[in-house]
Design a protein around this ligand. Structure first.
Ligand code: GLN
Length: 239
């Protein structure tokens, strides 16, 4: 059987609003293509190399969890940057997304070191950006999710999409998330992948391309995923 391996960083600390569901969605949609997805949970990063990694995932966490995660993540920043520049697909959510920048400044002014992979930073504000989100993405179509963050992120990179409903990166520039090479960052929890199969398949397909294995665009029934997406779109419309 063909195999892919996903590295799940700090699942013990960064798993807000069921971010673990993203791993389950990757597993399931890989299985539909007869690909076995192996999951390597990484809670301690010492000695980690990316040689056996096909996709990586970092979920979100409260400011407290984020500060605990900072030390572990900073140990892999050079290796992870190299892997991303080399085209490794990855998904980072909320706190995990904020880590891609140089720093996250918490409400009390504490600066948490980021991975410094991309040139941006995030600053927290008192009023939180909370609620259902709908975005239009050039690459993925209509994407839905749930956001709850104090951090405001501004950057000049490509975004995941344009905010139709909700706040997105900062509540101002109508951008949600980031899309750099095969790396995705987003404020969308919920989790994002089970109801946005286009993104799940993108990550799997890029991983297969990179590994030189085929990803057959087999007929997959997406009715349940589309129904889940519709619930959020309708809820937002009827507000
Ligand atoms: N602590 C961050 C913020 O509030 C991230 C929260 C999250 O992952 N939902 O901005």
């Amino acid at each position: 059987m063909r195999q892919l391996t996903v590295y799940h960083f700090l699942p013990d600390k960064l798993n807000l609003y069921s971010d673990i569901g993203n791993i389950l969605a990757l597993k399931q949609r890989a299985k539909l293509r007869n690909i076995e997805l192996k999951v390597k949970d990484i809670n301690v990063t010492d000695g980690i190399t990316f040689d056996a990694c096909d996709i990586f995932f970092i979920g979100g966490g409260s400011d407290r969890e984020q500060s605990l995660a900072t030390k572990e993540l900073s140990k892999i920043k050079v290796k992870l940057k190299d892997a991303i520049e080399d085209g490794m697909p990855g998904l980072t959510v909320c706190g995990g997304y904020q880590f891609l920048g140089s720093k996250y400044i918490t409400l009390d002014g504490t600066e948490l070191e980021g991975l410094n992979i991309l040139d941006f930073y995030t600053e927290s504000q008192q009023d939180r950006l909370i609620g259902d989100v709908v975005i239009n993405s050039e690459t993925f179509g209509t994407i839905v999710g749930f956001e709850n963050h104090g951090g405001r992120t501004y950057h000049q990179f490509g975004s995941l999409g344009k905010v139709v409903n909700g706040h997105g990166n900062n509540g101002q520039d109508a951008k949600e998330g980031i899309h750099y090479k095969n790396l995705l960052g987003t404020y969308l929890h919920g989790p994002i992948l089970p109801k946005n199969h286009e993104i799940t398949d993108y990550l799997l397909e890029k991983a297969c391309e990179r590994k030189g294995i085929s990803f057959e665009p087999q007929q997959v029934n997406n009715d349940e995923e589309e129904a889940a997406k519709k619930v959020i779109i309708d809820r937002v419309k009827n507000k």
